[in-house]
Design a protein around this ligand. Sequence first.
Ligand code: GTP
Ligand code: MG
Length: 171
Amino acid sequence: SGSVRHFKLVLLGDTAVGKSCLVVRFVRDEFFEFQEPTIGAAFLTQSVQLDSSVVKFEIWDTAGQERYRSLAPMYYRGASAAIVVFDLSNKESYNGAKSWVKELMRRGDPNVVIALAGNKADLPASQRKVETEEAQAYAEENNILYLETSAKNASNVKNLFVEIAKKLPQQ
Ligand code: GTP
Ligand code: MG
């Protein structure tokens, strides 16, 4: 019901953090243990229903492998929203995520809505390398969203997109 609003959303983050798995979970409600690394980028769409409108996301799932890094600006340019993903069991990927956030703030759309996603929250606590409080504090300082997600068990995946949709302009 109500109007449909379209927004470009980009996913950024190091390779193997689970960007494609998050998108596949959100769009098709599936999960593959052996998801292929993305080549270049993949395009998918999915909508979320808010109280009085529908937000349709035009999603660019970018490739995190180093050799594709120079392509990223083509995908975040003009994006209304960005999900920067890291793997909660990989500290290096958290540092990578922080540099993506910095780049988006410098060179992305001035009003871009940014969400930081700590993915693989299903893994046992013994494998965790980034504490919730640390990422939460970083997100608050930078005025961005922070959610811990699991593409594997679906926890917080839809919520991630809904929270972003709520922050997008009403046009
Ligand atoms: P690039 O396309 O190379 O940038 O990687 P990516 O960030 O898209 O990672 P991808 O979605 O391909 O996920 C890599 C692997 O991580 C998958 O094959 C899964 O095995 C695993 N994975 C992804 N999400 C989760 C998750 O939530 N939990 C667990 N335990 N494993 C996950
Ligand atoms: Mg991928």
